[in-house]
Ligand binder design. Structure first.
Ligand code: ADP
Ligand code: ASP
Ligand code: MG
Length: 444
């Protein structure tokens, strides 16, 4: 059972969590939590504050956790380790001075959010009469040590997970651990990338061969669009692992993009549930080739991912030459930058990458291959559905629904489940709304 930031945000949320876990107690749950809402962002902002403001900001975060412990009437000793860690965090930030923080420091800093929230949750369960044990996930999730988006070592994970959790599960104790965190080969803390707690739940679930993974969040499940963008969005009661992964990869924040992979391998279903309305059915994400239509059209959901840059590489040397794409992608691999959408013509290649990657370094290396142009502030829109590639007329309907919006890159390829295209960032939400109206609302 993974609880995201809003599901542990305050005392009422944590009380709801305790009740939800209680209903599952007979099923021997393992609980994984995120940091309290907004804490990860606040932690990541600390190194960016003026040096003399950092100590007070750490104090404010500590006080929020202490106030929560008080409100939940938890024993004072629960926040003792948190106080020590906050102290050490403040000193580390002091030593940093005006230096730009590297990934290792960022991971050390941001990781406190999950350590602190999980102690509160473990203690709140105990207080509510559910025996629980706090487990440090960093000894279980070992990673390649790539700071800020580390890849977990899958080898040995089942053994480590069994060692850490089975004796608790076997004695009716609910282990409470942290999402998002891991440790590198040298033992230093790493993270799995923003939103990575869902991935942790899937990794641990697969390692322990659980019956299901529950993702408890602040919406009813996976919807036909982000309900914040499209208030008319509808719930998908069933989704395939494949489409959940596609939606996540193209911006549906409800699940981290890597979550489905371990579940598919292990054949474990995942259920996305609303911690504010625990009795609703949620979305069951399962292995199925046919999750069914939501309306008369085969389109099932629309997502968008903002903060994208289009990278264009043009080179006459591409003409009829083999090996060009290999050289091109070697550059991306070297920089560990992943490409989301790709389209090629005779002499040019268009690719999309996230703005957050170190793009200027990438540019230098790409220039050895051809002329390079970046188009920042773009967004990917993905239309996800059943057999889209094999449905005549779908592309015409998509592009006519957004005819006033300029489309810069289009890709529909190997996957028959989606058609993606790139627009200017400020037009992305309008495109999503127009497509939702065309395929989901009007076909109701
Ligand atoms: P948590 O803190 O529980 O991990 P997140 O904020 O990471 O929650 O993810 C939940 C949010 O994902 C929702 O509040 C919603 O705005 C957003 N979201 C984006 N796309 C979708 C979608 N297709 N279905 C449901 N939620 C979505
Ligand atoms: N707390 C982390 C984040 O905000 C991980 C997560 O919530 O999944 O990115
Ligand atoms: Mg999340």
């Amino acid at each position: 059972m993974k609880f995201g930031g809003t599901s542990v945000a305050d005392a009422p949320a944590i009380r709801r969590l305790v009740e939800i876990v209680r209903t599952r107690k007979a099923e021997r749950p393992l609980v994984v939590v995120s940091a309290l809402a907004r804490v990860s962002n606040a932690l990541l902002g600390l190194p960016l504050l003026a040096a003399q403001e950092r100590k007070a900001a750490v104090e404010t975060l500590l006080e929020r956790h202490q106030a929560l412990a008080l409100e939940l009437e938890l024993p004072a000793k629960v926040t003792e380790p948190t106080v020590l860690e906050a102290d050490r965090l403040a000193s580390t930030l002091e030593v940093l001075g005006d230096t730009v923080p590297e990934g290792d420091l960022l991971d050390f800093v941001v990781g406190h959010g999950e350590l602190w929230s999980s102690r509160l949750v473990a203690a709140a369960l105990e207080k509510g009469g559910v025996r629980s044990a706090w487990v440090d996930v960093r000894s279980v999730i070992r990673t390649d040590g790539y700071f800020t988006s580390a890849a977990p070592e899958r080898e040995g994970l089942p053994a480590r997970a069994h060692d850490a959790f089975l004796h608790h599960l076997g004695t009716g104790v609910v282990p409470v651990s942290q999402g998002f965190l891991g440790s590198g080969p040298d033992g230093r803390p790493t993270t799995l990338g923003r939103g990575g707690s869902d991935y942790t739940a899937a990794l641990l679930g697969a390692a322990l061969e659980v019956d299901r993974v529950e993702i408890w969040t602040d919406v009813d499940g996976i919807m036909t669009a982000d309900p914040r963008v499209v208030p008319q969005a509808r719930l998908l009661t069933v989704a395939s692992h494949h489409e959940a992964a596609e939606l996540a990869a193209f911006g549906a924040k409800v699940l981290h993009p890597a979550t489905q992979a371990p579940l598919v391998e292990a054949g474990i279903p995942c259920v996305v549930l609303n911690s504010f309305a625990p009795h609703r059915t949620g979305t069951r994400v399962i292995s199925t080739a046919d999750p069914g239509q939501v309306g008369p059209s085969p389109v099932r959901a629309i997502s968008c991912k903002r903060g994208i840059t289009i990278v264009n590489v043009t080179s006459p040397r591409m003409l009829g030459a083999s090996g060009f794409l290999r050289r091109l992608f070697e550059v991306f691999e070297r920089h560990r930058i992943s490409v989301d959408v790709l389209a090629t013509s005779e002499v040019s290649v268009s690719m999309t990458v996230e703005n957050s990657f170190p793009l200027e370094k990438l540019r230098e290396d790409l220039e050895a291959l051809g002329e390079v142009a970046f188009a920042p502030e773009r967004a990917i829109v993905a239309v996800v559905g059943l057999a889209l590639r094999d449905t005549p007329g779908i592309a015409a309907r998509i592009f006519s629904a957004i005819r006033s919006i300029n489309v810069e890159v289009v890709s529909q390829g190997a996957s028959s489940t989606n058609l993606t295209f790139v627009v200017r960032e400020e037009e992305a939400f309008n495109a999503v709304r127009a497509l939702h109206r065309e395929f989901i609302e009007e076909s109701a």
